[in-house]
Design a protein around this ligand. Structure first.
Ligand SMILES: O=C(O)CCC(=O)C(=O)O
Ligand SMILES: [Mn+2]
Length: 202
């Protein structure tokens, strides 16, 4: 991993959505650092093709994943056993903790192989995350559109274009009132890795 400056760029953008607290640190890592970190993560992490049962059929989920944390995690009926974070993940976690002011003990890692990989509408509201969780997601590789829509009401949906080196933070009541997704697209995007740091309570 490249040497990173001791003082990260703390510039932050706030998104003024009602009943939500969403912000983005656009330069958690520089463009050059992000290229190097992407390659390291691709080889360092134990990427797996998970499968879910849908209408009685077993289907692969449209991305590769791995879970690193102190306890097991169940997410959309997928069970992921506890496994220790790698030294690289620990180092990235410290940067994310410095910037966001929260501490994390686990990370769900996603590898989107191309523009047809995706994650469907959901909220990160599993019981293990406690109420009002802080979820910090660090992006590397190609740009992808991250969409928000309210669970109900008249508030408008909105999109954020997530780029390499961006750190998106969702906290407060966001998971109670909003859903998020990474939609499939027809525009070539290249590969993308997203690390979503969380605090889980067992
Ligand atoms: O890839 C992303 O930016 C989002 C992933 C996500 O929402 C999740 O893992 O819960
Ligand atoms: Mn999520």
């Amino acid at each position: 991993m490249p040497d990173t400056p001791d003082t990260p760029d703390t510039k932050v953008i706030h998104y003024p959505a009602p009943q939500a607290d969403i912000s983005c640190f656009p330069k958690a890592y520089s463009a050059d650092e992000s290229v190097e970190i992407f390659e390291l993560l691709k080889t360092d992490l134990d990427w797996q093709q998970a499968e879910i049962s849908l209408h009685g059929r077993t289907v692969p989920i449209p991305r590769l994943q791995q879970w690193y944390g102190e306890s097991d995690y169940t997410y959309s009926r997928l069970h992921m056993p506890a496994r220790p974070m790698t030294p690289l993940l620990e180092r990235l976690k410290h940067r994310v903790e410095d910037l966001t002011g929260f501490t994390y003990n686990s990370v769900l890692c996603n590898l989107y192989r191309h523009e047809r990989d995706s994650v469907a509408w959901h909220a990160d509201d599993e019981a293990e995350l406690g109420t009002n969780p802080a979820i910090a997601s660090l992006s590397f590789g190609g740009d992808r559109i991250f969409q928000f829509k309210p669970k109900s009401g008249e508030t408008l949906p909105f999109d954020i274009n997530l780029q390499a080196g961006n750190l998106l933070l969702m906290k407060g009541e966001t998971q109670h009132y909003w859903l998020h997704q990474i939609p499939k697209t027809n525009k070539p995007t290249g590969e993308r890795i997203c690390l979503t740091f969380r605090m889980t309570y067992s």
